[in-house]
Design a protein around this ligand. Structure first.
Ligand code: TTP
Ligand code: MN
Ligand code: MN
Ligand code: MN
Length: 396
Protein backbone atom coordinates (compact mmCIF):
# COMPACT_ATOMS: atom_id res chain seq x y z
CA UNK A 1 0.00 0.00 0.00
CA UNK A 2 1.33 3.40 -0.95
CA UNK A 3 0.76 6.32 1.36
CA UNK A 4 -0.24 8.98 -1.15
CA UNK A 5 0.39 11.90 1.18
CA UNK A 6 3.97 10.71 1.53
CA UNK A 7 4.79 10.50 -2.15
CA UNK A 8 2.85 13.60 -3.16
CA UNK A 9 5.31 16.04 -4.70
CA UNK A 10 6.07 19.29 -2.90
CA UNK A 11 5.61 22.59 -4.65
CA UNK A 12 7.31 25.91 -3.87
CA UNK A 13 7.81 29.16 -5.81
CA UNK A 14 11.29 29.63 -7.21
CA UNK A 15 12.42 32.87 -5.52
CA UNK A 16 13.03 32.67 -1.76
CA UNK A 17 11.35 36.09 -1.40
CA UNK A 18 8.09 34.53 -2.67
CA UNK A 19 8.18 31.99 0.13
CA UNK A 20 7.57 32.04 3.86
CA UNK A 21 10.50 30.42 5.62
CA UNK A 22 10.17 30.18 9.39
CA UNK A 23 12.81 28.86 11.78
CA UNK A 24 10.89 25.57 11.90
CA UNK A 25 12.94 23.42 9.55
CA UNK A 26 11.73 19.86 8.90
CA UNK A 27 14.82 18.90 6.93
CA UNK A 28 17.79 19.96 9.07
CA UNK A 29 19.92 16.92 8.16
CA UNK A 30 19.62 17.77 4.46
CA UNK A 31 19.93 21.54 4.86
CA UNK A 32 22.94 21.23 7.20
CA UNK A 33 24.66 19.07 4.59
CA UNK A 34 23.94 21.47 1.73
CA UNK A 35 24.89 24.48 3.90
CA UNK A 36 28.23 22.88 4.68
CA UNK A 37 28.94 22.43 0.97
CA UNK A 38 27.85 26.04 0.40
CA UNK A 39 30.19 27.21 3.12
CA UNK A 40 33.05 25.15 1.71
CA UNK A 41 32.47 26.64 -1.75
CA UNK A 42 32.39 30.18 -0.29
CA UNK A 43 35.58 29.51 1.67
CA UNK A 44 37.17 28.38 -1.60
CA UNK A 45 35.95 31.55 -3.30
CA UNK A 46 33.61 29.62 -5.57
CA UNK A 47 30.69 31.93 -5.02
CA UNK A 48 28.53 30.60 -7.85
CA UNK A 49 28.59 27.11 -6.39
CA UNK A 50 28.01 28.54 -2.94
CA UNK A 51 24.84 30.32 -4.03
CA UNK A 52 23.57 27.20 -5.82
CA UNK A 53 23.89 25.13 -2.61
CA UNK A 54 22.35 27.97 -0.53
CA UNK A 55 19.36 28.13 -2.89
CA UNK A 56 18.92 24.37 -2.78
CA UNK A 57 19.07 24.38 1.05
CA UNK A 58 16.56 27.24 1.16
CA UNK A 59 14.04 25.28 -0.94
CA UNK A 60 14.23 22.38 1.54
CA UNK A 61 13.86 24.78 4.50
CA UNK A 62 10.52 25.89 3.03
CA UNK A 63 9.02 22.37 2.83
CA UNK A 64 6.12 21.64 5.22
CA UNK A 65 7.51 18.24 6.30
CA UNK A 66 10.52 15.96 6.02
CA UNK A 67 11.50 14.70 2.58
CA UNK A 68 10.84 10.96 2.49
CA UNK A 69 11.70 10.13 -1.10
CA UNK A 70 13.34 11.62 -4.16
CA UNK A 71 10.06 11.51 -6.11
CA UNK A 72 8.65 14.23 -3.85
CA UNK A 73 11.34 16.60 -5.11
CA UNK A 74 10.27 16.40 -8.76
CA UNK A 75 9.65 19.82 -10.21
CA UNK A 76 11.11 21.74 -7.28
CA UNK A 77 13.16 24.80 -8.29
CA UNK A 78 16.88 25.33 -7.56
CA UNK A 79 17.70 21.65 -7.02
CA UNK A 80 20.58 21.04 -9.39
CA UNK A 81 22.16 17.71 -10.26
CA UNK A 82 24.81 18.12 -7.58
CA UNK A 83 22.40 18.99 -4.76
CA UNK A 84 20.07 16.14 -5.78
CA UNK A 85 22.99 13.68 -5.60
CA UNK A 86 23.78 14.85 -2.05
CA UNK A 87 20.13 14.53 -0.99
CA UNK A 88 19.83 11.07 -2.54
CA UNK A 89 22.98 9.92 -0.76
CA UNK A 90 21.56 11.03 2.59
CA UNK A 91 18.10 9.55 2.01
CA UNK A 92 19.57 6.21 0.93
CA UNK A 93 22.70 5.91 3.10
CA UNK A 94 22.01 8.23 6.02
CA UNK A 95 24.96 10.47 5.09
CA UNK A 96 26.61 12.12 2.12
CA UNK A 97 30.11 10.87 1.36
CA UNK A 98 31.02 14.24 -0.13
CA UNK A 99 29.90 16.11 2.99
CA UNK A 100 31.67 13.68 5.30
CA UNK A 101 34.95 13.84 3.38
CA UNK A 102 34.74 17.66 3.20
CA UNK A 103 34.26 17.83 6.97
CA UNK A 104 37.32 15.62 7.50
CA UNK A 105 39.54 17.42 5.01
CA UNK A 106 42.53 19.30 6.42
CA UNK A 107 41.86 22.21 4.09
CA UNK A 108 38.25 22.68 5.23
CA UNK A 109 39.24 22.39 8.89
CA UNK A 110 42.05 24.93 8.46
CA UNK A 111 39.79 27.35 6.54
CA UNK A 112 37.18 27.11 9.31
CA UNK A 113 39.65 27.77 12.11
CA UNK A 114 41.41 30.64 10.35
CA UNK A 115 38.29 32.40 9.02
CA UNK A 116 36.90 32.01 12.53
CA UNK A 117 39.22 34.91 13.35
CA UNK A 118 37.36 38.21 12.99
CA UNK A 119 39.01 40.13 10.14
CA UNK A 120 40.22 37.03 8.29
CA UNK A 121 38.47 36.21 5.02
CA UNK A 122 38.77 33.30 2.61
CA UNK A 123 41.59 34.91 0.64
CA UNK A 124 43.81 35.57 3.66
CA UNK A 125 43.15 32.10 5.06
CA UNK A 126 44.06 30.54 1.72
CA UNK A 127 47.34 32.46 1.62
CA UNK A 128 48.21 31.36 5.15
CA UNK A 129 47.39 27.72 4.39
CA UNK A 130 49.71 27.84 1.38
CA UNK A 131 52.38 29.12 3.80
CA UNK A 132 51.81 26.08 6.00
CA UNK A 133 49.61 27.75 8.63
CA UNK A 134 46.68 25.49 9.53
CA UNK A 135 45.79 26.43 13.08
CA UNK A 136 46.06 29.21 15.63
CA UNK A 137 49.21 27.84 17.22
CA UNK A 138 51.02 27.84 13.88
CA UNK A 139 49.68 31.32 13.21
CA UNK A 140 51.08 32.62 16.48
CA UNK A 141 54.42 30.87 15.97
CA UNK A 142 55.12 31.76 12.36
CA UNK A 143 53.53 35.17 12.82
CA UNK A 144 52.48 36.87 9.60
CA UNK A 145 51.75 40.54 10.25
CA UNK A 146 48.19 40.89 11.49
CA UNK A 147 46.15 44.04 11.00
CA UNK A 148 44.31 45.67 13.91
CA UNK A 149 41.05 43.79 13.27
CA UNK A 150 42.82 40.42 13.09
CA UNK A 151 44.79 41.11 16.27
CA UNK A 152 41.55 41.85 18.10
CA UNK A 153 39.94 38.82 16.47
CA UNK A 154 42.69 36.53 17.65
CA UNK A 155 42.69 38.02 21.14
CA UNK A 156 38.94 37.40 21.54
CA UNK A 157 38.81 34.22 19.46
CA UNK A 158 37.03 32.00 21.98
CA UNK A 159 34.39 34.59 22.92
CA UNK A 160 33.67 35.53 19.32
CA UNK A 161 33.15 31.89 18.37
CA UNK A 162 30.55 31.42 21.10
CA UNK A 163 26.97 32.00 19.93
CA UNK A 164 25.42 35.24 21.20
CA UNK A 165 22.14 34.69 23.05
CA UNK A 166 19.03 36.85 22.74
CA UNK A 167 19.48 37.99 26.35
CA UNK A 168 23.04 39.12 25.54
CA UNK A 169 21.65 40.96 22.50
CA UNK A 170 19.01 42.65 24.69
CA UNK A 171 21.61 43.66 27.29
CA UNK A 172 23.79 45.23 24.59
CA UNK A 173 20.68 46.86 23.07
CA UNK A 174 19.99 48.66 26.35
CA UNK A 175 23.52 50.07 26.46
CA UNK A 176 23.44 51.16 22.81
CA UNK A 177 19.97 52.69 23.24
CA UNK A 178 21.18 54.69 26.22
CA UNK A 179 24.20 55.87 24.25
CA UNK A 180 22.07 56.80 21.22
CA UNK A 181 19.57 58.93 23.14
CA UNK A 182 22.25 60.65 25.17
CA UNK A 183 24.22 61.75 22.08
CA UNK A 184 21.13 62.55 19.96
CA UNK A 185 17.79 62.93 21.79
CA UNK A 186 14.90 61.68 19.66
CA UNK A 187 17.01 59.17 17.72
CA UNK A 188 15.65 55.64 17.34
CA UNK A 189 17.39 52.30 17.47
CA UNK A 190 16.10 49.01 15.99
CA UNK A 191 17.43 45.48 16.41
CA UNK A 192 18.09 44.06 12.93
CA UNK A 193 19.82 40.97 11.49
CA UNK A 194 19.03 37.46 12.69
CA UNK A 195 17.55 38.52 16.04
CA UNK A 196 14.87 40.56 14.23
CA UNK A 197 13.99 37.35 12.38
CA UNK A 198 13.39 35.66 15.72
CA UNK A 199 16.61 33.66 15.93
CA UNK A 200 17.53 32.65 19.49
CA UNK A 201 21.27 32.95 18.89
CA UNK A 202 23.52 34.77 16.45
CA UNK A 203 27.14 35.34 15.54
CA UNK A 204 26.77 39.06 16.27
CA UNK A 205 24.20 41.73 17.17
CA UNK A 206 23.09 44.26 14.53
CA UNK A 207 21.47 47.66 15.18
CA UNK A 208 20.02 50.28 12.83
CA UNK A 209 19.82 53.86 14.05
CA UNK A 210 17.93 56.81 12.58
CA UNK A 211 16.31 60.13 13.53
CA UNK A 212 12.75 61.12 12.47
CA UNK A 213 14.03 64.46 11.13
CA UNK A 214 16.03 64.02 7.92
CA UNK A 215 19.63 65.17 8.32
CA UNK A 216 19.70 65.06 12.11
CA UNK A 217 21.47 61.67 11.90
CA UNK A 218 24.54 63.30 10.29
CA UNK A 219 27.51 63.07 12.64
CA UNK A 220 25.73 60.65 14.96
CA UNK A 221 28.09 57.68 14.52
CA UNK A 222 31.31 59.35 15.71
CA UNK A 223 29.49 60.71 18.77
CA UNK A 224 27.94 57.33 19.51
CA UNK A 225 31.28 55.55 19.18
CA UNK A 226 33.01 58.13 21.41
CA UNK A 227 30.35 57.71 24.08
CA UNK A 228 30.66 53.91 24.04
CA UNK A 229 34.46 54.12 23.97
CA UNK A 230 34.61 56.57 26.90
CA UNK A 231 32.48 54.18 28.97
CA UNK A 232 34.82 51.30 28.17
CA UNK A 233 32.33 49.31 26.10
CA UNK A 234 34.40 48.91 22.94
CA UNK A 235 37.29 46.46 22.63
CA UNK A 236 37.63 47.28 18.93
CA UNK A 237 35.83 49.46 16.41
CA UNK A 238 36.16 50.50 12.82
CA UNK A 239 33.82 53.12 11.42
CA UNK A 240 33.21 53.73 7.74
CA UNK A 241 31.64 56.90 6.38
CA UNK A 242 28.42 57.21 4.43
CA UNK A 243 29.25 57.36 0.74
CA UNK A 244 25.78 57.00 -0.77
CA UNK A 245 24.68 59.69 -3.20
CA UNK A 246 21.43 59.43 -5.15
CA UNK A 247 21.79 60.39 -8.79
CA UNK A 248 19.07 61.35 -11.23
CA UNK A 249 20.61 58.88 -13.69
CA UNK A 250 19.66 56.03 -11.41
CA UNK A 251 21.76 53.97 -9.07
CA UNK A 252 25.43 53.63 -9.88
CA UNK A 253 26.78 50.10 -9.74
CA UNK A 254 28.40 49.76 -6.35
CA UNK A 255 32.01 48.57 -6.38
CA UNK A 256 31.11 45.71 -4.04
CA UNK A 257 28.15 44.19 -2.27
CA UNK A 258 28.85 46.42 0.71
CA UNK A 259 26.31 49.12 1.15
CA UNK A 260 27.37 52.68 1.73
CA UNK A 261 25.86 53.64 5.05
CA UNK A 262 27.79 55.07 7.88
CA UNK A 263 28.52 51.92 9.82
CA UNK A 264 30.64 50.57 12.61
CA UNK A 265 32.02 47.05 13.00
CA UNK A 266 32.86 46.59 16.64
CA UNK A 267 33.77 44.20 19.39
CA UNK A 268 31.67 45.01 22.42
CA UNK A 269 32.65 44.29 26.03
CA UNK A 270 29.60 42.83 27.71
CA UNK A 271 30.04 42.68 31.48
CA UNK A 272 28.10 40.59 33.97
CA UNK A 273 26.77 43.87 35.33
CA UNK A 274 25.17 44.80 32.02
CA UNK A 275 23.68 41.32 31.77
CA UNK A 276 22.13 41.67 35.22
CA UNK A 277 20.87 45.10 34.29
CA UNK A 278 18.51 43.74 31.64
CA UNK A 279 14.78 43.56 32.10
CA UNK A 280 14.80 39.79 31.61
CA UNK A 281 16.95 38.38 34.41
CA UNK A 282 15.13 35.06 34.30
CA UNK A 283 16.64 34.31 30.90
CA UNK A 284 20.21 34.75 32.08
CA UNK A 285 22.58 31.86 32.36
CA UNK A 286 26.08 32.03 33.77
CA UNK A 287 28.06 31.32 30.63
CA UNK A 288 25.29 30.99 28.08
CA UNK A 289 23.06 27.93 27.99
CA UNK A 290 24.17 26.80 24.55
CA UNK A 291 27.30 24.94 23.72
CA UNK A 292 29.27 26.65 20.97
CA UNK A 293 28.57 25.42 17.46
CA UNK A 294 32.10 24.90 16.27
CA UNK A 295 31.12 22.51 13.54
CA UNK A 296 32.82 19.70 15.39
CA UNK A 297 36.17 21.44 15.28
CA UNK A 298 38.56 21.71 18.16
CA UNK A 299 38.59 25.46 18.69
CA UNK A 300 39.31 25.12 22.36
CA UNK A 301 42.86 26.30 21.99
CA UNK A 302 43.73 28.22 25.11
CA UNK A 303 45.84 31.08 23.84
CA UNK A 304 46.61 32.47 27.24
CA UNK A 305 46.99 29.81 29.94
CA UNK A 306 47.05 32.42 32.68
CA UNK A 307 43.47 33.53 31.95
CA UNK A 308 41.26 30.47 31.65
CA UNK A 309 38.36 31.20 29.29
CA UNK A 310 34.95 31.56 30.88
CA UNK A 311 36.16 32.87 34.24
CA UNK A 312 36.47 36.52 33.43
CA UNK A 313 33.53 38.77 34.37
CA UNK A 314 32.79 39.82 30.79
CA UNK A 315 32.61 38.48 27.27
CA UNK A 316 33.44 39.93 23.86
CA UNK A 317 30.55 40.19 21.36
CA UNK A 318 30.62 41.31 17.73
CA UNK A 319 28.27 44.28 17.26
CA UNK A 320 27.38 46.03 13.98
CA UNK A 321 25.97 49.56 14.08
CA UNK A 322 24.40 51.20 11.02
CA UNK A 323 23.09 54.77 10.74
CA UNK A 324 20.53 55.63 8.07
CA UNK A 325 18.71 58.86 7.17
CA UNK A 326 14.96 58.49 7.75
CA UNK A 327 14.27 58.74 3.98
CA UNK A 328 16.17 55.47 3.46
CA UNK A 329 15.13 53.78 6.71
CA UNK A 330 12.65 51.26 5.22
CA UNK A 331 15.23 50.14 2.65
CA UNK A 332 17.94 49.86 5.30
CA UNK A 333 15.60 47.92 7.60
CA UNK A 334 14.67 45.49 4.83
CA UNK A 335 18.29 45.18 3.63
CA UNK A 336 19.74 44.52 7.06
CA UNK A 337 17.16 42.09 8.40
CA UNK A 338 18.32 39.25 6.15
CA UNK A 339 18.66 36.40 5.75
CA UNK A 340 21.52 36.93 3.32
CA UNK A 341 19.89 34.60 0.81
CA UNK A 342 16.50 36.30 1.23
CA UNK A 343 18.17 39.65 0.44
CA UNK A 344 19.99 38.25 -2.56
CA UNK A 345 16.73 36.79 -3.87
CA UNK A 346 14.86 40.08 -3.38
CA UNK A 347 17.46 41.86 -5.50
CA UNK A 348 17.38 39.09 -8.12
CA UNK A 349 13.57 39.28 -8.23
CA UNK A 350 13.69 43.06 -8.57
CA UNK A 351 16.20 42.94 -11.40
CA UNK A 352 15.04 39.91 -13.37
CA UNK A 353 11.29 40.07 -12.89
CA UNK A 354 10.59 43.79 -12.44
CA UNK A 355 13.51 45.57 -14.12
CA UNK A 356 14.15 47.41 -10.85
CA UNK A 357 17.31 47.90 -8.78
CA UNK A 358 16.93 47.31 -5.06
CA UNK A 359 19.57 48.23 -2.50
CA UNK A 360 19.63 49.01 1.22
CA UNK A 361 19.27 52.67 0.20
CA UNK A 362 16.61 52.82 -2.49
CA UNK A 363 14.47 51.14 -5.15
CA UNK A 364 14.92 52.35 -8.72
CA UNK A 365 12.49 51.52 -11.53
CA UNK A 366 14.50 51.19 -14.73
CA UNK A 367 11.40 51.31 -16.98
CA UNK A 368 10.05 54.53 -15.48
CA UNK A 369 13.57 55.87 -14.82
CA UNK A 370 12.67 56.96 -11.32
CA UNK A 371 13.14 56.11 -7.65
CA UNK A 372 10.16 54.53 -5.87
CA UNK A 373 9.77 55.96 -2.37
CA UNK A 374 8.75 53.91 0.64
CA UNK A 375 8.37 54.56 4.34
CA UNK A 376 7.75 50.94 5.34
CA UNK A 377 8.86 47.45 4.35
CA UNK A 378 5.26 46.72 3.32
CA UNK A 379 5.43 49.46 0.67
CA UNK A 380 8.65 48.05 -0.75
CA UNK A 381 7.15 44.57 -1.12
CA UNK A 382 4.12 46.21 -2.81
CA UNK A 383 6.36 48.12 -5.26
CA UNK A 384 8.05 44.82 -6.07
CA UNK A 385 4.73 43.05 -6.66
CA UNK A 386 5.41 40.64 -3.81
CA UNK A 387 3.21 39.55 -0.94
CA UNK A 388 4.58 40.97 2.34
CA UNK A 389 6.80 38.52 4.20
CA UNK A 390 7.30 39.37 7.90
CA UNK A 391 10.85 39.16 9.34
CA UNK A 392 10.17 35.86 11.13
CA UNK A 393 9.41 34.28 7.75
CA UNK A 394 12.55 35.53 5.99
CA UNK A 395 14.74 32.73 7.37
CA UNK A 396 15.62 31.34 3.95
P1 TTP B 1 24.78 39.25 9.49
O1 TTP B 1 24.89 39.88 10.81
O2 TTP B 1 26.06 38.83 8.86
O3 TTP B 1 23.83 37.96 9.49
P2 TTP B 1 22.58 37.56 10.41
O4 TTP B 1 22.30 38.60 11.44
O5 TTP B 1 21.47 37.22 9.48
O6 TTP B 1 23.06 36.22 11.04
P3 TTP B 1 23.83 36.00 12.45
O7 TTP B 1 22.78 35.62 13.42
O8 TTP B 1 24.80 34.91 12.20
O9 TTP B 1 24.51 37.29 12.80
O10 TTP B 1 24.09 40.23 8.46
C1 TTP B 1 22.79 40.77 8.68
C2 TTP B 1 22.22 41.36 7.44
O11 TTP B 1 22.92 42.53 7.05
C3 TTP B 1 22.30 40.42 6.23
O12 TTP B 1 21.01 40.27 5.71
C4 TTP B 1 23.07 41.13 5.20
C5 TTP B 1 23.13 42.54 5.68
N1 TTP B 1 24.43 43.14 5.39
C6 TTP B 1 24.53 44.23 4.54
O13 TTP B 1 23.54 44.72 4.04
N2 TTP B 1 25.76 44.75 4.25
C7 TTP B 1 26.87 44.25 4.77
O14 TTP B 1 27.96 44.75 4.49
C8 TTP B 1 26.74 43.12 5.67
C9 TTP B 1 27.94 42.50 6.28
C10 TTP B 1 25.50 42.61 5.94
MN1 MN C 1 20.74 25.42 -7.37
MN1 MN D 1 23.86 39.34 12.65
MN1 MN E 1 26.26 41.64 11.27
Amino acid sequence: LVNLSEVAAFSVPSYACQRRTTLENHNTVLTDALSLLAENAELSEEDGRGVAFRRAAAVLKALPKPVASMTQLRGLPCLGEHSLRVIKDILENGASSEVESTKQSERYKALKVLTGIFGVGARTADRWIRDGIHNLRQLQDSGPTLNRAQQAGLEHYDDLNQPVSKSDADAIGEVVEKAVVSVLPGAHMTLIGGFRRGKLTGHDVDFLITHPEEGREVGLMPKLVSWLESQGFLLYQKTTRNSYLESKDGPARPASNMDRFERCFSIFKLTKEEKRGTKHPETLTENGAQTPDNGGLDLDLDLDQTKPAGHKPWRAVRVDLVVSPISQFAFALLGWTGSKLFERELRRWAGHEKSMSLSSHALYDNRQSKYLRATSEEEIFAHLGLEFVPPSERNA
